[in-house]
Design a binder for this molecule. Structure first.
Ligand code: DX5
Ligand code: ZN
Length: 221
């Protein structure tokens, strides 16, 4: 995929929820490729965010791809609701799915793209058997639960390793990296093999979000 610009997915977790429509318009104007929506249940991660109702509101504000990141236990219970609400991509956590293959097939059977995410302490080997069936892997570069955390440096090596696995097993699969992305570290993250950058704080809290977006999207993979 070399020569293509990097995909940017602003995470609405850091958006202004008193004026969500304007935040989404800002992301859209800045060239966001996906709107990243972080769903947390207070069980799988130590924080609670929102459910399908907010996804529906986001989808009503923009034609952009809705990328839903489910940080919830036993996500199968709610996958249909999130797709009905307007999610085009659903990412579940490997750690939260005892029957991951079934979950991935289920997402695809409902017409959405299927992604799997792993936490920083989870080895890439846990994805080996499922990799050929995925549209996307979301590599966590912070421990999930909160925006504004610091990028874990060992993630770079993990991205590079996943990049090798992807090329061998599923060349069409997208590698997304989530957590602590900044203008400063984005270069090495893309160089290591990321196709998509999830950016909450770096985009929505930037002095000039459009300039930040153009820098991040301007990186070539
Ligand atoms: C963390 C979420 C991230 C988060 C990223 O659990 O999955 O998507 O919003 O926020 P930043 O970019 O601020 O680290
Ligand atoms: Zn996320």
């Amino acid at each position: 995929m070399s020569g293509t610009s990097t995909l940017l997915a602003p995470s609405i977790l850091s958006a202004d929820f008193t004026d969500l429509r304007s935040s989404i318009a800002l992301a859209e104007k800045a060239g966001a490729d996906w709107m990243h929506c972080d769903v947390m249940d207070g069980v799988f991660v130590p924080n609670i965010t929102f459910g399908p109702f907010i996804i529906q509101a986001v989808a009503a504000c923009t034609p952009t791809i809705i990328d839903t990141h489910l940080m919830i236990t036993d996500p199968d219970r709610f996958i249909a609701d999130f797709i009905k609400a307007g999610s085009h991509q659903i990412t579940v956590h490997q750690e939260a799915c005892p029957h991951l293959h079934r979950t991935v097939q289920y997402i695809r059977s409902l017409g959405a793209k299927a992604g799997v995410s792993i936490n920083p302490a989870t080895p890439l080997s846990t994805l080996e058997s499922i990799l050929p069936d995925l549209d996307l892997v979301l590599l966590m570069s912070v421990n999930p639960g909160f925006g504004g955390q610091k990028f874990i440096p060992s993630s770079v090596e993990k991205i590079a390793k996943l990049h090798g696995m992807r090329n061998e097993m599923n060349p069409d699969m997208v590698i997304a990296v989530d957590g602590g992305i900044t203008e400063e570290n984005a270069g090495e993250v893309v160089e290591a093999g990321a196709d998509a950058l999830i950016a909450g704080t770096a985009f929505f809290r930037a002095e000039n979000p459009e300039a930040t977006a153009s820098k991040l999207r301007g990186l070539h993979r």
